[in-house]
Write a protein that binds this ligand. Structure first.
Ligand code: SF4
Length: 479
């Protein structure tokens, strides 16, 4: 499967493992979440025997176990492994009905993707060549319309789609790929494959640090939007200063390039003034943190639904009043939404502008809370009416600094405008890390819990304090 994405990835996976990007906690967590989904899907076919290997490098044991289980007449086997001419595959669930076998491959996505079909085609190839009578092969995936009510209903949580016809149609493709990859691996010549969008799709490759090492770390064309950057790369450019003046670019990219070259800041004071004018005190600076569990943890939630578990709120009652701060952080175990809702309604008042950065995210969560708790619908929707997006002056480039490098995210804007406020000194530096820290609260000891709770509070507080400072900065700019 790596080879289908990029032959070089397969080659490096075999012979250049030390060149891999380091695995961070977030990736580890995603892998673990995938394993959890796989194990839960076993409940669709309970009572099977497990052929899983003791570790990821001992699949030979699984192959032998699977053979023995089949000989013994077992009819449900988990992690059934097969090997044909040096190609090994493992099926999440294998079910016997009469003489025929039905294979199920579990994915933690919410739809069947092209790469899942290729994966199934390889499994079909290996298993049938091993002599197994495979009647059907299906992808089991998460049903994003399932709403949890009480105990998890695995029959509803999972959807199943047969891909046997597509898998059969891909048999020649699989055979050709296997032969080509085997030749490449035997010859031990690193395939010549240049970087491209394939490095990130269908999966992020774990050799990007190695393969992108010829790109300049500063002044790189990858500071531009992806599509433009790849077009420039295909045309032979790597550094921004190499791009000729007459190269056709969008207005936004031209502006970014111009300011990159001159080092000058662009400010449209009139537009910023117009943006700031309607803001009314008290001013609220508000931010949510969320988790998105694939397996719904709480009643009235769907797979991958965003569940707000924390907010931070800075309040400035009048222009020169001292800042007040309020926050909420769930306990990591219970559904945080109702308590969070009560707390935020208490502090957000009924008048004054509510500033968010990238407001669509916060407004959407508030709308979802309004649907979930109809008794509070009116108050919640009234809050949404007061929300103003502090990202607008930067997204519309009324204020553009070359050091934003084309981005208008708060993580790009803050260090340039307010260098003394820094995320990189915090243990939690971005939303993904915050979600991970929150999910981990469940199984940690008391000392770690209180440390991580404090880190979560510090991170979220920084997001709203950053907004306070950015607003002050914009006010100074126009004054
Ligand atoms: S980074 Fe890109 S070119 Fe390098 S191995 Fe991965 S997919 Fe292939």
């Amino acid at each position: 499967m790596y080879g289908c994405q990029c032959p070089k990835r397969l080659f490096l996976h075999k012979y250049g493992r030390d060149l891999r990007n380091p695995i961070d906690d977030g990736q580890q967590f995603i892998m673990q979440a995938g394993t959890d989904v796989g194990e839960l899907a076993r409940q669709l076919f309970p009572g099977g025997v497990d052929a899983a290997p003791p570790d990821a490098y001992a699949y030979q044991i699984s192959v032998e176990k699977t053979k023995a289980f089949i000989r013994q007449g077992e009819s449900i086997i988990y992690e059934a492994a097969f090997q044909f001419e040096g190609v090994l595959c493992a099926l999440d669930i294998l079910v016997r009905k009469g003489n025929a076998w039905y294979a199920f491959e579990v994915k933690s996505s919410t739809s069947v993707k092209a790469q899942h079909v290729q994966d199934a085609a390889l499994q079909y190839f290996v298993t049938t060549n091993c002599g197994l009578l495979v009647h059907d092969i299906s992808i089991v995936f998460l049903n994003n319309q399932y709403v949890r009510k009480g105990a998890l209903d695995t029959q509803q949580l999972f959807s199943t789609q047969s891909v046997v016809d597509e898998a059969k149609a891909l048999q020649d493709f699989v055979n050709d790929k296997i032969q080509a990859f085997k030749t490449m691996l035997v010859q031990r010549n690193v395939p010549v494959v240049d970087i491209g969008p394939h490095c990130f799709t269908p999966y992020g490759c774990d050799f990007t640090n190695h393969c992108f090492s010829h790109m300049p770390s500063e002044d790189s064309i990858f500071e531009l939007p992806d599509r433009t950057a790849w077009k420039l790369y295909a045309d032979g450019y790597k550094a921004l200063h190499h791009i000729p003046d007459d190269y056709e670019l969008s207005d936004k990219v031209n502006m970014q390039l111009l300011h990159h070259r001159t080092g000058e800041v662009f400010i449209d004071k009139a537009q910023i003034r117009k943006f700031l004018l309607p803001l009314t005190h008290p001013l609220y600076f508000f931010d949510f943190e969320t988790i998105m569990p694939g397996i719904p943890e709480f009643d009235e939630s769907k797979p991958y639904q965003q569940i707000p578990f924390q907010y931070s709120l800075h309040v400035q009652r009048t222009r020169y009043a001292a800042l007040e701060h309020f926050s909420f952080l769930g306990d990591g175990i219970r559904d945080p939404r109702s308590e969070l809702l009560i707390s935020m309604l208490q502090h957000l008042g009924t008048t004054g502008s509510i500033l968010c950065y990238n407001m669509n995210f916060e407004k959407q969560r508030i709308k979802e809370l309004a649907t979930l708790y109809p008794n509070f619908e009116k108050e919640l929707l009234a809050i949404n009416e007061r929300v103003v997006d502090l990202m607008i002056p930067f997204a519309r480039r009324w204020y553009y600094h070359p050091d934003f490098k084309g981005s208008y995210s708060i993580k790009a804007v803050l260090p340039v405008l307010i260098p003394e406020l820094r995320y990189d000194v915090l243990p939690i530096q971005e939303g993904g890390m915050a979600s991970l820290a929150y999910v981990q609260l469940k199984w940690q000891d008391d000392e770690t819990i209180s440390l991580q709770r404090q880190q979560l509070m510090d991170y979220c507080k920084m997001d709203t304090l950053a907004m306070v400072k950015i607003l002050e900065y914009l006010r100074q700019v126009i004054s």
